[in-house]
Design a protein around this ligand. Structure first.
Ligand code: JJW
Length: 451
């Protein structure tokens, strides 16, 4: 066993990420409007254990302590999202200044301690009132989002330079409108496809608005990307794999890269996509300054079709190391996807805007939380990023998901992704051993890799 040091570029941006609905709580305070996640989580049967984001990590009240924590950890950057219904309780129109002030103070406090804010404008908490008009499947949402992006970038653009329009539009569109596991809980694929287009168009329209309000801005979008492999070399399994890749990855990457919608997917969906209007594809492919990547795992696709070669191997080796989400730990997938984005798609600068893992944590008798599995997960993914940088992929930064244990959507509080443990009754925060280790990595700007 040899040990070597993997040094990162000297200006590499080390961070951690959160999202408004997952940490803030205060769901109806200070003039905030209802979001689709308030409505969804308040609907019995939608979220595990009946959990809601009503209180979450109580970050809306404890934000000063949480920034002190971020400072103590030695993070260079902090990625958080703005809750649209705090800013515009009616979705558009009247601005709730108290909501804007909350984020303005947060930004000031971060800058004061030398931490760079990365703002995500939309991380799934759509104002319910806009959903009542039809939500993302209806084109009117695009103007509402552009107005919202204008208001926030006007207010914070003098101090914030890193802007992410959307987080994981595939999850917003398909998990929310087609699978129904997320808000608003619909199960209509045509709605999801229309939602997807209006999400991308909203992104494209917001980019120049943010740039106009903040000439120094770097603007990007964050996608959940997951490389797909066929379960066997059979034609049927390879077709299945191409399909899932088209569904999760290409349906977003292609239009953003100026390639238009992938025709195999348009055909397979059987949706004429008549909501795509002249000029939309140009708007969507507006040049971005960076692409954000949320990476958790790969997928292994198999066809339901019974193949002719019945004795062929039906499942490629799937590592038996999985997280509490039952997602395979597969660091190499991150290397693969980074190479593809740079060498095939020629995307500009890349940030890993999320990577991390849920594991069951136990508080020891000494009050410590030892989480070697999470530490190892993060370490091996960082090693893959280092490897990608070595071959010329411009990865500028990395954000652990998440700073804090928080509300993991349909799983409620049952899945802990934090590098900081949260005891939700007392709201006490405890650095897990992964956080202490990460602090050292950031400080030294290098990773001790064992090979
Ligand atoms: C749901 C697929 C069947 C989050 C999903 C697919 C079908 C049960 C982590 N990323 O909390 C959720 N996360 O808010 C953003 N990444 O449905 C941030 N991907 O499900 C984190 C993927 C995800 C998902 C969740």
């Amino acid at each position: 066993m040899s040990s070597n040091k993997l040094a990162f570029p000297k200006d590499f941006i080390w961070g951690a990420a959160t999202a408004s609905y997952q940490i803030e709580g205060a769901w109806d305070e200070d003039g905030k409007g209802e979001s689709i996640w308030d409505r969804f989580s308040h609907t019995p049967g939608k979220v595990e254990n009946g959990d809601t984001g009503d209180v979450a990590c109580d970050h809306y009240r404890r934000w000063r302590d949480d920034i002190a924590l971020v400072k103590e950890l030695g993070l260079r950057a902090y990625r958080f999202s703005v809750a649209w219904p705090r800013i515009l309780p009616d979705g558009r129109g009247e601005v709730n200044q108290t909501g804007l002030d909350f984020y303005s103070q947060l930004v000031d406090a971060l800058l004061e301690v030398g931490i760079e804010p990365f703002i995500t404008l939309y991380h799934w908490d759509l104002p319910q009132i806009l959903q009542d008009e039809g939500g993302w499947p209806v084109r009117g949402i695009v103007d509402a989002f552009t107005e919202y992006a204008d208001i926030v970038s006007r207010a914070l653009g003098d101090r914030v330079q890193k802007w992410i329009t959307l987080n994981e539009p595939w999850v917003s569109a398909f998990v929310g409108y087609s699978m129904g596991h997320h808000a608003p809980g619909h199960t209509n694929q045509d709605e999801a496809i229309a939602a997807s287009h209006h999400l991308l168009l909203s992104h494209g329209r917001a980019v120049p608005v943010i740039r106009a309000n903040c000439p120094e801005a770097d603007v990007g979008i964050t996608l959940n990307l997951s490389p797909q492999e066929p379960a066997s070399p059979s034609v049927a399994d390879r077709k299945a794999s191409t399909w899932v890749d088209g569904y999760i990855n290409r349906f977003y990457l292609d239009p953003l890269a100026g390639r238009g919608y992938p025709q195999d997917m348009v055909q397979s969906f059987g949706n004429p996509m008549e909501f795509v209007q002249p000029g939309d594809l140009d708007a969507i492919s507006v040049p971005i300054d960076f692409l954000g990547i949320n990476y958790y795992s790969r997928g292994i696709a198999r066809s339901d079709e019974v193949s002719e070669e019945e004795n062929e191997p039906r499942t490629v080796f799937r590592g038996d190391e999985v997280t509490e989400m039952d997602w395979e730990v597969y660091p190499k997938g991150l290397f693969n996807i980074l190479g593809r984005l740079h060498f095939d798609y020629s995307f500009p600068d890349l940030y890993i805007t999320e990577n991390g893992a849920a594991f069951v944590d136990e508080v020891g008798p000494d009050g410590q939380v030892d989480d070697p599995a999470r530490l190892s997960y993060i370490k091996r993914h960082l090693a893959m990023i280092h490897k990608a940088i070595q071959i010329g992929v411009p990865v500028l930064g990395y954000f652990v998901w998440s700073l804090l244990d928080n509300f993991e959507w349909a799983y409620g509080y049952s899945r802990r992704f934090g590098i900081v443990y949260v005891e939700f009754q007392s709201q006490q925060r405890t650095l897990k051993s992964s956080a202490k280790w990460y602090r050292k990595v950031m400080l030294e700007n290098e990773l001790e890799a064992t090979a």
